[in-house]
Design a binder for this molecule. Structure first.
Ligand code: DSN
Length: 415
């Protein structure tokens, strides 16, 4: 890294600071992960220099021989992982992918039926402050207020009443298994397109820890950087009948030149996700989430839906007498990174919230297992019980540093 250090010491120091932060703290943000060095290398490669509007074999610029190799590998690999008929690997982000997916299969003003954001949905699933809530009519379904789980009778009733053109499943803060078949049956009954945004659980699907959205979904979007452990970016997959519409929506509809370095890194990530050891990784993510959830519940924390089937859990802090915002700040002071999150029936704003969301993908990448999860559950309990007391935070921070040192991150990087 001598080049960057000499050319731009300010940015060099910011990156060095970030590596230090990632190494020395416990990353419990459910949507974050640590890529392999191979993914990092591809992401930082000379493919960033290239323009390649179009698709492999049909580009608007010359010189795309090797770019085509990378994009074809990315497409073929991701199709194989998800049993998809078609894949477009060019979307820059999850929100872009969702915008492009809607643009491909809906008309502006059509109606989307999706989960309400405070119950685990996503901004791009119809929030009024997002393009999705402004370009499309939005109706929401809700979790069962008793169980905190998807309620298919209520979803069917909402679909029959609202007659949406699209039914959307896939969530940012839902800790349970999604029944894609049940969604498809309801979508078919009302003649809607069934879309699954599997960004959070893509790695669990790839690793055999969550059922596949295909053959039920018509269109599937995912980011590549969460449980899938790839570079920041996204993919759209669909049935062959939507392939042309999806490709046209991405380019020239919504994007110009693809990020070829990111596509190369996505291909590397997909290659890694196809290896047998990725199944072990996905399994451990789920085991770790269960261990952390059990530890927290044993210490009196209330979890939405009473536990987890996947990589995340949503802690309702109302019974602990603090807000999500307070807990996030207290945890961060002790070296534990998490995010405040709305919980069902939250009376607080999204800036305050009554909950925190915790996830295990990143710590599992570091090699941590159930024992460490129980240890971390104890730390979280002490921090929250002390209401952010500085002495408790300092003590826990020392324990966090010791734990991080036992599971080194990027030891090969000379930073
Ligand atoms: N920001 C992502 C998450 O944290 O779930 C979703 O886009």
């Amino acid at each position: 890294m001598g080049f960057l250090e000499k050319r731009d010491p300010e940015i060099f120091n910011a990156i060095r600071g970030e590596i230090g932060r990632q190494r020395g703290t416990l990353e419990l943000i459910a949507s974050e992960n640590f890529t392999s060095l191979a993914v990092l290398e591809a992401q930082g490669c000379v493919m960033t220099n290239k323009y390649s509007e179009g698709y492999p074999g049909k580009r608007y610029y010359g010189g795309n021989e090797f770019i085509d190799v990378a994009e074809n590998l990315a497409r073929d690999r991701v199709k194989k992982i998800f049993n998809a008929e078609h894949a477009n690997v060019q979307p820059h982000s999850g929100s872009s992918a969702n915008m492009e997916a809607y643009f491909a299969v809906l008309k502006l003003g059509d109606k989307i039926l999706s989960l309400f954001l405070p119950e685990g949905g996503h901004l791009s699933h119809g929030s009024p402050v997002n393009f999705s809530g402004q370009f499309y009519k939005i109706a929401h379904y809700h979790l069962d207020p008793e169980t905190g789980m998807l309620d298919f009778d209520a979803i069917r009733k909402a679909a029959l009443a609202e007659k949406p053109q699209m039914i959307l499943c896939g969530y940012s803060a839902y800790p349970r298994t999604v029944d894609f078949k049940a969604f498809k049956e309801i979508a078919d009954e009302v003649g809607a397109v069934m879309m699954a945004d599997v960004a959070h659980i893509a790695g669990l699907i790839a690793g055999g820890e969550h059922p596949h959205p295909f053959p039920y979904a018509d269109i599937v979007t995912t980011t590549t950087h969460k449980t899938l452990r790839g570079p920041r970016g996204a993919v759209i997959m669909c049935r062959e009948k939507y392939a042309q519409a999806v490709d046209k929506a991405v380019f020239p509809g919504m994007q110009g030149g693809p990020l070829d370095h990111a596509i190369a890194a996505k291909a590397v990530c997909f290659g890694e996700a196809m290896k047998p050891e990725f199944r072990g990784y996905a399994r451990q993510i789920v085991l770790n989430a269960k261990a952390l959830a059990d530890e927290l519940m044993g210490r009196g924390f209330k979890l939405v839906s009473g536990g987890t089937d996947n990589h995340l859990m949503l802690v309702d802090l109302r019974s602990k007498g603090c807000t999500g915002k307070e807990a996030q700040v207290w945890l961060e002071a002790a070296g534990v990174t998490a995010n405040k999150n709305m919980v069902p029936n939250d009376d607080k704003s999204p800036f305050v919230t009554s909950g925190i969301r915790l996830g295990t993908p990143a710590l599992t990448t570091r090699g941590m297992k159930e024992g460490e999860m129980r240890e971390i559950g104890g730390m979280i309990d002490r921090i929250v019980a002390s209401k952010g007391d500085a002495a408790v935070a300092a003590k826990v921070k020392g324990e966090v540093s010791a734990l991080c040192a036992r599971f080194p991150l990027y030891p090969e990087l000379e930073w």
